[in-house]
Design a protein around this ligand. Structure first.
Ligand SMILES: Cc1cc2nc3c(=O)[nH]c(=O)nc-3n(C[C@H](O)[C@H](O)[C@H](O)COP(=O)(O)O)c2cc1C
Length: 325
């Protein structure tokens, strides 16, 4: 492992998804091995009190590094390290590498994958067929328009339950960058471009999520303003992502990223709909609708469809200097 290859691998790993784009993974080259660490200062105490989304995000980051390593002929393995950590940094795993790997086909889709939070192009029957090909041992696919409409309602209700909580909203807003002049616009969190907000929505979001929430909610207006019904109804498919009970969330995070890359490989833009699993009652309804198999539980959900633009959004990511310890 040379310092140059290491930097290349970390750069590719940084493209992995992470909850609220907090990017918890930090990396250190240690001889021929690499330490994967977590920056615990970017945990989400309200939305993720047990660190489950952080673990999923760290697994996705490892998978990103592993995919990039495969393109360099390296096979990456990890051993968990249980470390209490010093300050904000906790060692999560030690990675070792062996030669002789062939490029993983999903690695070719890492650069193009991004969250797509815009509306989808009109769904053609061939899109539904293509969505169905994504069905896998950990992905159940719904393409029936009535079923998708039902999920749209479930999602709006579940999201609103969280949005109605002041602390949840405040934490989310602290990771939102609604103005380009925000110092972290291009660094982390959710900027207005990534959220696909128009100019009026940018201004409106600040008000609805902030001081306007209470008065608007009293008038019954906050829920419809935050709803995403049409976007969800316009999806070619809903993917219920499920994994075996008891699986380490780090491994689930690896599979989560791979599932998303398969969607990208099939030409779909995708949005994560975490509220569908975060709200327990909703998760149980969706698990029934999507026929999540015995022994598995719902870990996430996506809406997928064809993008209306292939112009990529500039990514908000930390620099290598910040990611490498
Ligand atoms: C555990 C986890 C939960 C997520 N939940 C949501 C979500 O509820 N809504 C959403 O729009 N994106 C969600 N995302 C996607 C991230 O916000 C996204 O990956 C991050 O902002 C980086 O942007 P990118 O996907 O465009 O690279 C989630 C990602 C992870 C790993």
């Amino acid at each position: 492992m040379t310092p140059d290859i290491f930097r290349h691998l970390v750069a590719k790993a940084s493209l992995a998804p992470s909850v609220h784009n907090v990017q918890p993974a930090r990396w250190r080259l240690d001889g021929d091995t690499v330490l994967l660490c977590e920056d615990t200062s970017v945990r989400l105490p309200t939305a993720d009190p047990k660190g489950q989304d952080a673990a999923t995000s760290l697994g996705a980051a490892f998978e990103g590094l592993s995919l990039a390593a495969s393109e360099k002929g390296l096979s990456a393995r990890y051993e968990t390290v249980s470390d209490q950590g010093a300050g904000n940094i906790r060692v999560v795993a030690r990675l070792s590498f062996t030669n002789g790997a062939s490029p993983d086909p999903l690695a070719a889709h890492v650069t193009a994958r991004q969250s797509w939070r815009g509306a989808f192009a009109t769904v053609a029957p061939t899109d539904r067929d293509a969505a169905m090909t994504l069905a896998a041992s950990d992905c159940s696919v719904l393409t029936d328009p009535d079923a998708i409409a039902a999920v749209a309602t479930l999602l709006d209700k579940a999201s609103f339950k969280f949005m109605a909580q002041h602390d949840f909203r405040a934490e989310l807003v602290s990771w939102m960058r609604l103005k380009r002049s925000h110092p972290d616009w291009a660094k982390n969190g959710l900027n207005a471009d990534a959220m696909h907000l128009g100019w009026v929505e940018r201004f409106g979001a600040r008000f609805v999520m902030g001081p306007g929430f209470k008065p608007l909610n009293a008038l019954g207006l906050a829920a419809p303003l935050l709803a995403e019904t049409d976007k969800t109804k316009g999806a070619a498919g809903i993917i219920a992502f499920h994994r075996p009970y008891g699986e380490d969330l780090f491994d689930s995070g690896r599979a989560f990223y791979r599932a998303w890359l398969r969607m990208e490989a099939a030409g779909f833009g995708a949005t994560v709909l975490a509220a569908l699993k975060d709200d327990k009652d909703t998760a149980s309804v969706l698990s029934g609708k999507a026929r999540v198999p015995e022994g598995h539980h719902l870990l996430s959900a996506f809406r997928i469809g064809r993008r209306t633009s292939h112009q990529p959004v500039a990514r908000a990511r930390q620099s290598l200097e910040e990611l490498i310890l």
